[in-house]
Design a protein around this ligand. Structure first.
Ligand code: ATP
Ligand code: MN
Length: 146
């Protein structure tokens, strides 16, 4: 039923809770977990040529997706990882199209938002626009407030 499950990660507790759910599903369906981090061009800002912010976001993304893929593989699940650049929701939807993703599993919240909103803005945009199912996962209290 599910062969390719996308878990967008921003390194947050919400994304980590989503990964746990995705690993369980992938294990049950013998699916591959795809971990994706998007370097948010809006957060990087204009290229000043000074501190390379894009590069440090990119490095953070490499680490976050590497950690996610390792967690999946340690659970006996196939995993791939990648880092994209762009507008996060757009890049997530594009990745899903390009890789025949059957299901997106993502946190209700991420690193930057306020808990009082029902959903973070990236998740809300993906839920609104995706043509495939999107499963949203809330981090438990123990996983810490963002
Ligand atoms: P906001 O960003 O709207 O201020 P937030 O950070 O709480 O609020 P989102 O950014 O929507 O909420 O994060 C919710 C989920 O979206 C995360 O748990 C993660 O799964 C995914 N996500 C958010 N940002 C990225 C990103 N840059 N790359 C990949 N996935 C992301
Ligand atoms: Mn966010």
């Amino acid at each position: 039923m599910y062969e390719d499950i996308l878990v967008p990660t921003d390194g947050s507790a919400g994304a980590s809770a989503a990964l746990d759910e995705a690993i369980d599903l992938a294990d049950a369906f013998d699916a591959t977990v795809h971990s994706l981090y998007v370097v948010d061009v809006a957060a990087v800002g204009p290229d000043t040529g000074a501190v390379d912010l894009a590069e440090s976001f990119e490095r953070m993304g490499e680490e976050a997706t590497e950690a996610a893929a390792t967690r999946a593989r340690d659970a006996g699940v196939d995993a791939t990882r990648s880092v994209a650049t762009g507008s996060p929701h757009r890049a997530i939807l594009d990745y899903a199209d390009d890789h025949d993703i059957d299901l997106v599993v993502m946190g209700t919240h991420g690193r930057t938002g306020l808990e009082r909103y029902l959903l973070g803005s990236v998740t809300e945009k993906v839920v609104r626009a995706a043509e495939i199912p999107v499963l949203t996962v809330r981090a438990s209290e123990e996983e810490g407030e963002e």
